[in-house]
Structures are given as C-alpha cells and as structure tokens.
Design a protein around this ligand. Structure first.
Ligand SMILES: [Mn+2]
Length: 553
C-alpha cells in the first residue's frame, strides 16, 4: 500500500530552529524535557518501591495468608498483551515460590472484556478464596460485589479509567485511584502486576531472591507496557529501558523462539521489536483463538514446548493479518465517501471481534477521525472505538452510558456492548454526541523541529539514539526539511517502491534521503519533507540516513 499523504496538509513544527541552533537542545526544549532527568537511568531509584501503593501492604498480607492456609488463588487476566503478560508474570511468580495459582483469561469473542458472573460462580464452586485481577477489574462492580459476597477476596490490579462507582474489592492497586500515594500514574496493567509480584517477592523470598525476581520479570512487564502504549516517560521509561535488555538476553525459551520465528536478527531489542514483531504475534492468540496459548508460550520451560507454541502462534498471526485486511476493506466500503463526519461508523454482521479494534485503529490513522466498528451478533452489538488526540472517548461515551451493557477503556481506545434492539437509537445518539465536536481541527502532523543538511551526521544520530526507548510522550523525533528541491530520483531495489532521492535546500547544499513505499510521482514538485534521522549500519559501516515519512507539495 503506497503511503497516504493527502490527510496531513497542516504541519506544525513545535520548536522551529535555525541551522546554528543546537539540534539536541532544541529537541529537548520542544518536548519540555530537562536533560538531567531524562538521560539518567537508575535501576534502583528509577523503579519505585511497590509498597508506596496505599493498598500494597494489605494485598500482600492477604496473599501470604492464602498461601499459608492453602487457599486457592485465581488470577483473572485479559486477552490482550498487557493482560496476558501481567498474568504470565504473576503465574511465573507463583511457580517460582511453588504455590499453586490458577488463571482465567476471558475469551474475546464469547466472554468479552473483564470479569463475568460465570467466572465468579465457577471460582466459588472451585473453592477459590482470592482473585487477583490483571489489567481489568476497575469497571467490574457487579462481578466483584458478587465475589466478595460469596467470600472471595478480590485484589484489583488495573490501570483503566476509574468509573464513578468503584468496586467493593478487598484491595485496589491502581495508580489513578482516588488518594493513591504511588508516585507514578502511568503504569500499565502488566506494570501494576509487576509491582504486585515484586512486593510479594519481598514478603516471601529472601532479599537476594527477591532482587533476582525483580530483574527476571522485567521482560514480561515490558511487553505489556509497550503493547499498551504506556507513556514512555517516568517509571515506564526506566522499566522499558531495563526490560528491553532482559528481553535481548533471550532467557525465556518462549520469547527466544518467538524472536527467532519473527525473523529478529539484531541482538538488541527495541520498542519496535516488541511493537511490530512480538506484540502482534502474542496478541494474535487472543484475537483468533484463545489467549491462553500466549501464556503457555511465555511460560514454556524448554525449547521443544516453546517451538510448538511459537509455531502455532505464528500461524494464528498469519490468519489474523488476512482477516484484518479483509475486514478493513469491508469497513471502508461501509463507511463510504463521507469520511469528513466527526465519527466514522461501520456496522456489519460479518465483522470479527478479534480484529475490530485493530481495524478501527487503522481507519482512525488513515482518516484522522474517531472510528466505531460495530459487530452485530444475535442479540447484541459489540463495539470497538479508536480516537484522535483531540477527542477523549471515555468522556464522549460516558454521556451515552444508558445504552451500554458494558463499557470501558481509555481516552483513545474503548469498547462496549449494546442490546441489538437499541442499535438504531444508539448509532443516532453516537452521531449526535460526536457532532458536538464540530468543527474538528484539520489533521495536523506534529514535527519536533527543523533539520538541515549540515545536521546529517553520525554524532547527531548517536545523540538521537539516547532518546530511546520511544513511545507515547517521547516519540521518535520527526523533523521538517523545508523548501527543498528534488534533483534526482534513483530506484532502490527492483520493486519500484523504494527510492534514493537527491535534494537541495535553500543554501544549495545537496543531500540524499531514502523513501520507502512511495510511488515516484509523490516526489514531483515536493516542497517540504518530514523525515527521521537514523543511524544506518551496513557491512559494519555506520552512516547517517534520512528517511522520508511524509511529503508536502
Ligand atoms: Mn492495559
């Protein structure tokens, strides 16, 4: 698919600079980052004490008591990678301390998100005494009230938007809950589960073993933090910095095998390795079949087991890609030509719950509009929405809450279910609610600052690498090269999609840029380029490389 450049005509440079201004200093200033904090990684102080959570002491004491009294513990996770890796992390901990714990992930299609009554009733039948939720729970008032009334103590670990009515759980570990004393608000579900496991380790294991576990579990916490697009500043930045080192060590047979099958050759893994290689595969199990498969892979104890699960997951990921493409095309047809509406809605009986969120995300990216994908079932409509930064979905959907059987999520991604009989009135109300955002500002491409031909140096590439790990709040720097002229276009390879382009700027300096996935006409009469500056390593030779992300005529 060639790139879609028409959607961004409005380019905003956060902090313009002249050629003599220091590139890195301007970049830091454009992000309001003070460099002394930002470039300092400290394993001991960067990761906060888990006992700073106000309910942590209480929660750990309850679990220690359960272990002593041989009470059964159930970990109730989620089917996406944040929930999967957080669940695997806690299971791994209970395996290490040789205390049995069961787990239950909801089925994305049959159960939907969060706890459900059946899980609670089954838990009661199976004499479960403690339920630990991972990456869900805060929006499950009814189910948790039921569990508590049946004598099951529920410990919520979650990071989703806090609803008006907080469940009557035994303990709540949630960075954003009212009066929470924990210093960082941005941990994801697996991050909170990690904190809980580290706290339990300190209560149960020797100081030395607890310290070992803290490092050992960082890879799993990191998978979820990246997959859930946790803000990559503060504690998440520290956690992911060290966690990527643990992933790169490939100590866990399952991750090692999955990296191999995903074709990852670099030893050092980055947020992109997780975001584009591991993440989609570990999520494919929950989208196409059952998420438990990814837990089994992450906890595989030997290479043979790891290979079996990794191959199965690879197959599911292939079918996930096909189904996503199919449904994307179908949804685009249903949306039709009115792509300027304040919310784009596609509804069908032939959608697939496993991928509607993914497709909504792709459509939002393409059209820069909030998108609602509605899957019509027998008597229910399952909805998944994605939004643009300008519109907070939870705010908008909260005004429609009388329609929802279930709803929850974040500012940019949310899910819900609606009774089929209310479908028409709901879609009408949805359009009305989003009409209130009119007029929407035109889609805007955010650039950090200007880049000039004299900036294309190895030193600058190296300085930019220190900004890693990249993510929300600290994105990979995007630069403006303004008023350029294309002098020459040379094809790279034989596909007719990749180009080496020779340009000149106002000062008549000549420089080269690389463009992937472009049709050649995209560069006729180009005026401005939005680019990234990368360090290219080829045959052990390092050179700076400018990659084109967007063009403007
Ligand atoms: Mn999450």
């Amino acid at each position: 698919m060639a790139r879609n450049n028409t959607v961004f005509q409005d380019w905003l440079v956060s902090k313009p600079r002249a050629p003599h201004d220091h590139l890195i200093e301007v970049l830091l200033a454009s992000r309001n980052i003070s460099d002394s904090e930002f470039f300092k990684f400290d394993y001991n102080t960067g990761l906060h004490d888990p006992f700073l959570f106000k309910d942590m002491e209480k929660a750990t004491i309850r679990v220690v008591q359960a272990i002593k009294n041989h009470e059964s513990i159930l970990i109730a996770g989620d089917y996406d990678l944040d929930g999967i890796s957080g669940t695997a992390l806690l299971l791994d901990f209970f395996r290490i301390i040789r205390a049995p714990a069961l787990f239950k992930l909801p089925h994305r299609i049959h159960d939907g998100y969060g706890l459900n009554t059946k899980t609670i009733i089954d838990a009661h039948k199976n004499k479960i005494k403690v339920i630990i939720t991972v990456d869900n729970g805060i929006s499950c008032y009814q189910e948790i009230a039921l569990a508590q009334s049946l004598g099951i103590d529920v410990i919520i670990t979650d990071h989703h938007t806090i609803p008006e009515k907080v469940p009557p759980a035994f303990a709540i570990l949630h960075p954003k809950i009212k009066a929470e004393s924990y210093p960082d608000k941005e941990l994801t579900g697996s991050g909170v589960a990690y904190k809980f496991a580290c706290a339990l380790a300190r209560k149960i294991l020797s100081a030395e073993e607890a310290e070992k576990f803290k490092k050992h579990a960082l890879d799993l916490a990191t998978l979820g933090t990246i997959a859930d697009m946790g803000r990559m500043l503060g504690e998440n930045r520290q956690l992911v910095h060290y966690g990527l080192q643990v992933i790169s060590l490939r100590r866990r047979p399952g991750l090692k095998k999955l990296l191999e099958i995903s074709g990852v050759k670099d030893i050092a893994c980055t947020t992109e390795t997780v975001g584009f290689r591991l993440g989609p595969r570990l999520n494919a199990s929950g989208r196409m079949a059952r998420a438990d498969l990814s837990i089994e892979l992450l906890l595989a104890e030997n290479e043979g087991e790891a290979e079996k699960y990794a191959l199965e997951i690879e197959g599911l990921n292939k079918s996930r890609q096909l189904v996503t493409e199919e449904i994307f095309i179908r949804a685009e047809k249903l949306i039709g030509t009115n792509t300027q509406a304040p919310v784009l809605v596609a509804q069908s009986q032939e959608f697939h719950s496993g991928v509607i969120g993914l497709v909504a995300g792709k459509l939002t990216e393409k059209y820069q509009r909030p998108v609602a994908m509605l899957e019509i079932r027998d008597d229910i409509v399952i909805g998944s929405m994605r939004s643009i930064p300008h519109i907070n979905l939870m705010e908008a959907l909260n005004d429609l809450k009388e329609f929802f059987i279930k709803f929850g999520g974040h500012a940019q991604a949310a899910g819900f279910s609606v009774a089929l009989e209310n479908r028409e009135s709901f879609t009408k109300a949805l359009h009305e609610r989003f009409n209130s955002y009119l007029p929407l500002p035109p889609p805007q491409l955010q650039l950090d600052t200007h880049l000039f031909p004299t900036d294309i140096t190895i030193e600058n590439c190296e300085a930019l690498e220190k900004f890693q790990p990249f993510g929300i709040g600290n994105s990979k720097p995007l630069f403006m090269m303004e008023n350029i002229r294309v002098i020459r276009t040379d094809q790279l390879g034989s596909t007719g999609k990749h180009w080496k382009i020779t340009c000149q700027d106002n000062s008549s300096s000549t420089f080269q840029v690389i463009a992937f996935d472009y049709v050649p006409s995209a560069f006729e009469n180009v005026k401005d380029l939005a680019v990234r500056l990368n360090l290219n390593i080829w045959n052990n030779r390092r050179s700076p490389q400018v990659i084109v992300e967007h063009v403007r005529k």
